[in-house]
Design a protein around this ligand. Structure first.
Ligand code: PB1
Length: 336
């Protein structure tokens, strides 16, 4: 008997059965409530546009959105994250059409509230898709980012989305102090207790945003975003940015991108366990999995499910994912 493993080293007895395995994996289930679907809304109301860099993801004109969303809502969709893609509206230095009355996001919110009364509507708040320079904030006459002017503009954008009926405003711009500016703006508008602020608190200057910039036509005209998105190597700045946003009144937090930043997810959840934590499975992560499966590297469903499970295991409560419609179907199939 001397070469047999000690009783405490016999682990198979703890997970030989599927039910035992489920007990060994707490807080990793992906439910409909765990998912948020990003949506691209264009200003050609009757068009649906494929996005070559993101197979299976489309840009929708307002008149085509309900037909797409209805079956996804029937499958259990609980929340969406809106990105406006103004292809016909002019872009300028102030991002005027970020929140003008004719911009897609402002026009679609009341319709979504009417079509799907129980659907939670979050709006990405940023200027990059609306400025002629393509940066997420405002640029001064010398070509530098004007942080103060940027947060004032972004706060106005957020308040206008809130006034249009958004439940959540989610500033992805990464300007310093924008959370406090948005919270003050919402409070002054009488919406401080009725609209939630989801901060892209730990958002990194990642190589994984390419397909999105193609989809949203929002790449910076000159330079890059490394001056205001976090350096991928800095867990310290992620901790400081998240603490700052908590102190400025964020209701919920986010880490972005996802898979390469699970350590930051764990760090953030451990430091702020009382806040709902979102993780954004960004466009490059989506396209990587799609193309790998298309090229026979692995089956798509088990690979996607394993990635989403790892995000939940790392501490994410909600996953922003372009796979949401497919995952909702997989969840329903598993229940039947
Ligand atoms: O899916 C993605 O790649 C999301 C990209 C993300 C959207 N919030 C931003 C990344 C970027 O282009 O820098 C857009 C910034 N406002």
């Amino acid at each position: 008997m001397e070469n047999r493993p000690a009783a405490k080293h016999i682990l198979h007895s703890g997970y030989f059965h599927p039910v035992l395995r489920s007990w060994q994996c707490p807080n990793t289930t992906v439910r409909a409530e765990s998912l948020m679907l990003p949506l691209f809304i264009i200003d050609s109301d009757d068009e649906v546009q494929e996005i070559p860099s993101m197979p299976g993801v489309f840009r929708f004109g307002i008149n085509k959105l309900k037909a797409f969303l209805q079956p996804v809502v029937d499958d259990g969709l609980k929340s969406v994250l809106l990105f406006g893609v103004p292809q016909n509206l002019p872009k300028d230095g102030q991002g005027t059409n970020a929140d003008s009355s004719v911009t897609p996001v402002i026009r679609v919110i009341p319709k979504l509230r009417d079509w799907f009364p129980n659907l939670v509507i979050a709006c990405d708040v940023c200027l990059c898709a609306y400025t002629d320079h393509g940066h997420c904030g405002l640029i001064d006459s010398e070509g530098f980012l004007d942080n103060q002017a940027s947060i004032e503009r972004i706060a106005r954008q957020a308040v206008n989305y809130a006034k249009a009926g958004a439940h959540i405003v989610a500033p992805s711009d990464m300007m310093d102090g924008r959370i406090g500016a948005i919270k003050r703006g919402l409070t002054e508008a009488g919406l401080g207790s009725r609209v939630s602020v989801l901060s892209y608190a730990a958002k990194f200057a990642s190589a994984m945003y390419g397909p999105f910039r193609d989809a949203a036509q929002s790449a910076p005209g000159k330079g890059d975003r490394r001056g205001y998105q976090l350096p991928p190597g800095s867990a310290g700045l992620a901790a400081r940015a998240t603490l700052r946003d908590v102190e400025e009144g964020a209701d919920m937090l986010m880490v972005k991108p996802g898979l390469s930043y699970l350590d930051i997810v764990r760090q953030t959840k451990d430091k702020h366990p009382e806040y709902p934590l979102f993780i954004y499975q960004v466009s490059g992560e989506y396209s990587m999995l799609i193309h790998a499966a298309k090229n026979g590297v692995f089956q798509l469903q088990p690979a996607v499910e394993e990635v989403l499970l790892s995000m939940r295991r790392a501490g994410a409560d909600v996953i922003i994912s372009y796979f949401t419609p497919q995952v909702l179907k997989w969840i329903k199939e598993a229940q039947n």
